[in-house]
Write a protein that binds this ligand. Structure first.
Ligand code: BT5
Length: 322
């Protein structure tokens, strides 16, 4: 109900009476008043003038479900959103509520147990990032699911370039970087039968207005605020990621990864670099030479080329690897 009231307030240019809102939503004026009070407690500035009604004058910097869907131009991704003020991990929540519709976005202001790959953790402090997970139910073979990570990376890269005008690049397979440091990580998780995907959760974390990172993270992490020197609009970034993801996802489901390959390669900071590949506890040196049509990284080791689908890839010069 609160979200519906907010939508009405946002769509009216001047004052709107409590009576109009209550008749539009079929609830009492007293109920409307209660929700207005709660919205104010959430940081929305709402004027109320006798005989005129309510007017929204300022929205807080909060990435709630209502803010995320306000003005969002997608038709699937994010049309349904679930918000948590604080949660352990939006990926965990998305898996917990996997019966929610295709395209549902789980978003939080603060992640206390954010997850990276291979049991690693993700730092997600309150009010400064985009911490969200997309619940997807595609007709895809399970082996094609890793490509969704690449699509999410490309979507974030496009969003950062469009909204913040910063030269984001992709470190294959799941990081988006700025000036050699990580601004975004992606964690794709899959629930599947042998040949059929039940659902995919694609978790995306973007450091937007994080002011600094402590300890080891300070060497490899950065934020849009740190790189640009000015606070960035979290809602604009999040909405742009969802819009770009939807466009890329639709094309991918229809035509596969090939049409996205040229753009992906043009943003891929891994290509042409000496890399260290960690697989099954073993480290090998190689040169990253290409991305193939299914999104695998093609590596060259003494003239022998092989494709790898996922794994740890350290790139010389990125994140302090030397
Ligand atoms: C990732 O794993 O980069 C995937 C991160 C996915 C985070 C999102 S947030 C929404 C959703 N809910 C979740 O619980 N997760 C997803 P990986 O490639 O394994 O990298 C993890 C490593 O990145 C850590 O070991 C740290 O070194 C580093 N790291 C942790 N927090 C970071 C941050 N905020 N910014 C940059 N680097 C970070």
């Amino acid at each position: 109900m609160r979200e519906k009231i907010l939508k009405i307030l946002k769509s009216s240019s001047g004052y709107i009476s409590g009576e109009t809102i209550s008749s539009q939503l079929g609830v009492s004026r007293a109920a409307i008043w209660k929700h207005i009070k709660a919205l104010r407690e959430d940081g929305y500035e709402i004027e109320s003038v006798t005989n005129k009604g309510y007017r929204l004058t300022k929205s807080p910097d909060r990435l709630t479900a209502a803010e995320l869907s306000d003005g969002l131009s997608t038709s699937l991704i994010g049309q349904h959103a679930v918000f948590f003020e604080e949660t352990d991990s939006t990926n965990i929540q998305a898996k917990r509520f996997s019966e929610q519709p295709d395209g549902t976005v789980f978003v939080t202001e603060c992640q206390t147990g954010g997850k990276g790959r291979l049991g690693r953790s993700w730092f997600g402090p309150p009010g400064v990032g985009v911490w969200m997970s997309l619940l997807l139910k595609p007709s895809l073979a399970p082996e094609d699911v890793p490509q969704l990570t690449l699509i999410a990376g490309l979507a974030v890269c496009r969003a950062v370039r469009t909204v913040s005008h910063l030269p984001a690049m992709i470190k294959w397979p799941n990081d988006v970087i700025l000036n050699g440091k990580k601004i975004c990580g992606i964690l794709t998780e899959l629930s599947a039968e042998m040949e059929q995907v039940n659902f995919v959760v694609c978790g995306i974390g973007v450091n937007v207005n994080t002011e600094g990172f402590g300890g080891e993270l300070s060497k490899k992490a950065t934020s849009l605020l740190i790189e640009s020197g000015t606070p960035q609009d979290r809602k604009a970034i999040a909405q742009s990621v969802l819009t770009e993801f939807e466009a890329l996802y639709r094309l991918f489901l229809k035509e596969g990864f090939s049409p996205l390959l040229p753009e992906y390669k043009s943003f891929c900071a891994t290509l042409g670099k000496d890399v260290t590949i960690s697989r099954a506890g073993k480290e090998e040196s190689a040169r990253a030479v290409d991305i193939d049509s299914s999104g695998c990284l093609v590596i060259d080791q003494s003239g022998t080329r092989t494709s790898i689908q996922s794994g740890e890839v350290s790139v010389r010069g990125i994140y302090g690897y030397a």
